[in-house]
Design a protein. Structure first.
Length: 349
């Protein structure tokens, strides 16, 4: 591929906010999805649809990371110091906040043995003190890999990058439970996991496709992927042979197609909006990571004691509404924390 220039930041900023709102919708829909068989099927179907609609959230976050970072040359030490400081310090702060919430919610207790208490906290930090923090552990692992994969991407031909992506897609496909019988004994885990999304994000961000009506075709692909995820999940959830959440997994062919299509749709959409909207977007974007870290805590308190969750009204309305409320409260919360003298900008995210 020719030397890459920095991608247009506007559409990436748009995509980042879309993905952030999408991940909050996903977490608002999850409790209803997990109630399969105990909640009205009409409600479950609405949650399933919304969940499938936003399954691109985490893969798109990783693709954005690849688009923004892989084309740059780095000194490894400086890169890791800069990136890990930005990620780890807020992560540790919010992890401890969720440890506090677990204590507040009486999920854990602390006794008189200080070392036992410290051990309990360290155990929570090791495994994740909240359900959504798995993403940060994954992201930290990717940061260690970026200097290596970035060197490959910057020096590889387009054919070599496509080779990597094709093998990654094939390995992803044959390691799915429903195709595991075709998975040979050849160890191909080198091509597995989220690293492929880094390369895919870089490739799609810089590749100019000479395809008529590309955005229209991507809309069709998005809708097709949405149908596969939503209907496939419904078919599998009552079939104990395979995990019912299989189509929800981020590293899944259907989710990959959903993510790639929304990535290209936003890339090829240039809405004309007033400058005030751009300023609001950029303001919110500065606190994107902090909002992600904080939103689960906000959702906890919205549900109890305020009862703001998917039960407000019909789920197709209440879930996006709850997510929007959580989004805005998280923004205000993180903004206020960032104003704390000396430490606020470091811990807010």
């Amino acid at each position: 591929m020719p030397p890459a220039k920095s991608p247009n930041i506007d559409w990436i900023s748009n995509l980042r906010l879309i993905a952030l709102y999408a991940v909050i919708i996903l977490h608002c829909a999850s409790p209803l999805l997990m109630g399969f068989g105990k909640v009205p099927m009409a409600d479950w179907w609405q949650a399933d649809f919304l969940n499938a609609l936003v399954r691109f959230a985490v893969p798109v976050f990783v693709m954005i990371t690849g688009a923004l970072l892989l084309h740059r040359e780095y000194e490894i030490g400086d890169f890791l110091k800069k990136r890990l400081t930005r990620v780890v310090v807020p992560f540790l702060f919010w992890s401890l906040v969720y440890v506090w919430y677990s204590w507040y919610n009486e999920e854990i207790t602390f006794g008189n043995d200080a070392w036992a208490n410290i051990g309990q906290v360290l155990h929570l930090l090791k495994n994740g003190s909240a359900y959504h923090l798995w993403y940060v552990y994954m992201l930290i692992g990717l940061y260690f890999f970026i200097p290596v994969i970035g060197k490959f991407v910057r020096n590889a031909s387009e054919k070599e990058i496509l080779y990597f992506l094709i093998v990654w897609f094939v390995v992803m496909t044959i390691t799915q439970p429903y195709l595991s019988r075709y998975n040979p004994s050849v160890d191909m885990h080198y091509f597995a996991g989220f690293a492929g999304y880094l390369v895919l994000g870089h490739y799609l961000a810089f590749k100019e496709f000479n395809v008529k009506h590309l955005r229209g075709w991507m809309v069709v692909l998005f809708l097709l992927s949405l149908a596969i995820i939503a209907l496939g999940s419904r078919l599998l959830i009552a079939w104990p042979k395979y995990p019912g959440t299989m189509f929800y997994e981020p590293v899944n062919p259907a989710v990959l197609l959903l993510s790639a299509s929304i990535f290209l749709i936003v890339k090829n959409t240039k809405p004309k909006v007033p400058p005030i909207i751009i300023r609001i977007r950029d303001f919110v974007g500065r606190y994107n990571y902090g909002i992600y870290l904080a939103h689960a805590l906000v959702l906890y308190f919205l549900e109890d004691p305020f009862g703001i969750n998917y039960k407000l009204c019909t789920p197709v309305i209440s879930i996006p509404l709850t997510a929007f409320i959580a989004f805005m409260i998280s923004l205000v919360l993180v903004w206020l924390i960032s104003k704390i003298p000396l430490v606020g900008k470091w811990v807010s995210g």
